[in-house]
Design a protein. Structure first.
Length: 322
């Protein structure tokens, strides 16, 4: 059944093509960036659809205030800023655009893998300070090393393919991907207990869920090969940050590359300022190409929904039947 959408509210900055596609599809669009929550609660009742990125927190009370709300679109992948359960209860569809930032996130991951291997950021900072400390930044080659990929979805697969070109052996785990599928893109499927002691580098590509929160902790690090390097461009909270700092300080973990944090912006100074942790401010999807793709995809999904076309990116399919 086609959704009857008339007015769409965009509350986070998106590429202008998003608004253009919506208007071309016959929808009225208002762009109101950085709305205080109190104002969002007042105006949301006037809209059939809401498009956000990661800035707007679509909480239960916001959804309940949206008396006419039928669909929430996330221009990006993660929906942890949206109360999906509350949306489902109210029959509101939640959509994301999982393919739009795949390449950008994969490339950022590969950049951090290389940066942690060769102390690139630390060497850069040292030289900027007028120092010449070559001996302090001894790195390791990627060739011949084993990369453990936790999460073999779109991004995990793209990372694996790229790092195989560096001569890395790729192993991985995903509860939803069979071993016979993983082998098709060059990844040897293993259980997590098998991955931990074999991987020289571990890259994380799973969503933040109750079962993945704090998944990487002191117990996990103890099972890993001594000197492992940890990369996270997925979601903050999957790694216990205090445990990571301890593991690096005691030598169990050699280094880490983090693009995401438990709290953003991060306030844990020991983590951000640690000399063996390369940190970037959630840049995984921060490319011109990714922003255009996610903006266009979410707009196209909204327009398609009005024409009863197959729904893409629906997070809560039960809401379609509500």
């Amino acid at each position: 059944m086609a959704l009857k959408l008339q007015k769409i509210l965009i509350t986070d900055k998106t590429d202008p093509s998003c608004e253009e596609i919506l208007r071309q599809g016959g929808l009225a669009v208002d762009v109101k960036l950085k709305l205080p929550k109190e104002e969002l609660l007042q105006v949301i009742q006037n809209y059939d659809g809401l498009i956000v990125r990661s800035g707007t927190k679509v909480t239960k009370d916001v959804i309940q205030a949206g008396k006419n709300l039928k669909v929430i679109g996330r221009a990006g992948t993660g929906v942890d800023n949206i109360d999906v359960d509350a949306a489902s209860e109210q029959g509101v569809i939640v959509m994301n655009t999982p393919a739009g930032n795949t390449i950008s996130a994969a490339e950022q991951t590969c950049a951090l893998i290389m940066a942690t291997a060769r102390n690139t950021a630390q060497g850069h900072a040292s030289l900027k300070q007028g120092k010449w400390e070559r001996s302090q930044f001894m790195g390791v080659e990627l060739y011949g090393k084993t990369l453990g990929i936790v999460g073999l979805g779109r991004i995990g697969r793209e990372v694996g393919t790229r790092m195989q070109a560096f001569g890395m052996k790729t192993i991985g785990y995903d509860p939803l991907v069979p071993a016979e599928v993983a082998v098709k893109f060059g990844v040897e499927f293993m259980s997590l207990e098998e991955v931990w002691p074999k991987a020289d580098f571990i890259t994380i590509h799973v969503p933040l869920l109750p079962e993945t929160k704090g998944m990487f902790n002191t117990e996990t690090f103890a099972k890993c090969k001594k000197g492992v390097r940890i990369i996270n461009c997925a979601r903050g909270g999957i790694i216990d940050e205090a445990d990571l700092v301890k593991a690096i300080n005691n030598g169990q973990v050699a280094a880490a590359g983090l693009d995401v944090f438990e709290q953003e912006p991060p306030t844990y100074k020991e983590l951000v300022e640690h000399p063996k942790i390369v940190t970037t401010p959630h840049l995984g999807a921060s490319t011109v190409e990714a922003q255009i793709k996610v903006a266009q995809e979410v707009a196209e999904q909204f327009v398609d929904a009005t024409k009863n076309k197959p729904s893409k990116g629906v997070i809560n399919p039960a809401a379609l039947k509500a």
